[in-house]
Design a protein around this ligand. Sequence first.
Ligand SMILES: [Zn+2]
Ligand SMILES: [Zn+2]
Ligand SMILES: [Zn+2]
Ligand SMILES: [Zn+2]
Length: 168
Amino acid sequence: MTIPTEDHKPEPFYWDADTDHCPHKPIPERGTDAWDQWMTLGHQPYDDGVLCLDAPAGTGCPACTAELGDMIAWSACRNRDHARARQLPGEPQHQPVAADVASLECLERECDEYFTDEGDEIPGKDTCSHVRRMEICEACSEPGAAEDFPAVVAWTDCAKRTAARPVS
Ligand SMILES: [Zn+2]
Ligand SMILES: [Zn+2]
Ligand SMILES: [Zn+2]
Ligand SMILES: [Zn+2]
């Protein structure tokens, strides 16, 4: 159910037409006129079958998905910076906030620094030198996401930044 490419970037994902998510059932016999007709209903061939463009599966990261086999949501892309989830007092705004960010590997205590040279986990260690302070955009960073470590968007990359702060 993916369109394979190698880049870490947000991309809309769709379910395979073979799944219950495709509303265009039944699927006709391949190579018939009915099949051609059915394909025009928003179906797109890919390596493993046919995608249904009426069955969105969310925004995924094609590179992570290709690497891990299962669909990886863009918010869980391992190539992005992530922060520890925190509760916000109100609606997230497009404004800069400071956050401690790192790769998922570091936040999940899986990078080298959490282990001794012998490969034993170091007890009680809860941060590593890869964690850094960064100005992130509160609203773009989806801080309300249920995931443990929401992906963050740097304040400098906020798309609404100029709109929020008009230059007079
Ligand atoms: Zn369909
Ligand atoms: Zn990725
Ligand atoms: Zn680390
Ligand atoms: Zn923003």
